[in-house]
Design a protein around this ligand. Sequence first.
Ligand code: F6R
Length: 255
Amino acid sequence: MSMKIMITAAEPTPVRWAAEAANVIAAVLKAHPAATIGFPTGETPLPVYAELRRRVTQGQIDVSRCRALMLDEYLDPPEESYTSWSWLSHEVFAPLGLSSDRVRRLPWHSKGVETACAAFERRLRLEDGCDLQILGLGANGHIGFNEPGSAADSRTRAVKLTAATAAANRAYWHGEYEPEWAVTQGIATILAARKILLLARGGAKASILRRALTGPRDPEVPASFLRGASAVHVLADEAAAAALPRSLDYNIEWL
Ligand code: F6R
């Protein structure tokens, strides 16, 4: 297991922070041009996706052979436009030229969801797994939509969102839609990725990042299970890293 924590100095807009995340993604693609990369939604990765689009457009990163993997999805939204799929298509897949045959999509209908989740897992295994899973960090410690109480051996499945997560997601959709149920890669599915990049930005993530990295490995803080993954890069800005103890057992790089 290897854990590396990279902390970027405070900046008015997260330029350096996003560039460091893009560097991690670029390094994976350089080593494995046909890499499979998992993408989260949410506020945190937006500057990273903007930087990725810029580098791809300028020919600095080649994604022509890579595959994309969804991390989570809403279940039974009123329209397909309220899916993580459509959000990611707009932010990542379409601008990067990742056609739908190169994206491993999660189901968004509850009918047949168990079978569809099992098929997602099977295909992931057949296609040699995930090279880089990018993650955000929920205020309650969730990763993907593995809410507190999720088991370390959980796999891709339907889950009920907590009220706080549902409300946070409602805000992404300007109050037009509030998801109740979702599908998520399980903790074990995420941990099987050959590399994980955990992104954290802003003071609102400081105490949960501390609990995830220094507290007990506990289903109540699903992100604490990341310490069992084979290679984890945590990229935090100074505000998100503010509650971390100065001495940690991990390799810390101040950027
Ligand atoms: C969404 C996802 C979630 C978010 C988390 C943080 O696909 O995986 O775990 O990463 O809720 O959300 P933001 O980035 O909006 O703070």
